[in-house]
Design a protein around this ligand. Sequence first.
Ligand SMILES: [Fe+2]
Ligand SMILES: [Fe+2]
Length: 219
Amino acid sequence: MELIDTLQREHILIENVVGSLRTWASAAAAGSAPVTDGKRFMTFFRVYAGSFHHEREESVLFPALVRDAGLPAERGPIAVILDDHRRMAAILDDIETILARNASGEGDVALLAELAKRYSHELWGHIDAENSVLLPESEERLRQNGIRELPCREPDERERDAMRGGQDLVAAYPPMEPDSVRGDGCMMCPAYGPRCGGVEREWWNENEWDEFADHIGAS
Ligand SMILES: [Fe+2]
Ligand SMILES: [Fe+2]
């Protein structure tokens, strides 16, 4: 499905830019990069990762999962991903508050580095959950319900500018390697357990019984 493939491709740039954010934040804390470049990162995350990327997950993919595949919005993977988006936006709010006062003091740059670290860990974990579970499972559930394509719009001019801005930042600040524990599958997702019972339990439906019976029949 074009939308799912495109969202996964967009994750590559978003992951790289968050690695650059960490490189920039460390350099800014050490006094070797302009703190004002933080605003360039905020434009990328607000416009490209937020208004373009998250927005299509929230307004195209998730409603289709609820409407066409009968999946719950108020609990399980969709609720977790929506909550992640809100929590990550709140971290950007905090970063922007500091940048808005033309941060330069030691306390400010240390706090920026801490917030950048928190944001990167949230976003890396979020992308792992989407790439390894949410997106492939979404495609399968939609296929089971006869949906093979969903609307997939191109970025508008502002979003395209934000994308180019992100590419420039990756060139200027080589992305640091992730320093959080990463991995595929529900077991690696921070939401597994307290906030989500895992995709197999949360999205269990009649098709699973059919496929389960097929497996038994085939063995
Ligand atoms: Fe997302
Ligand atoms: Fe995503």
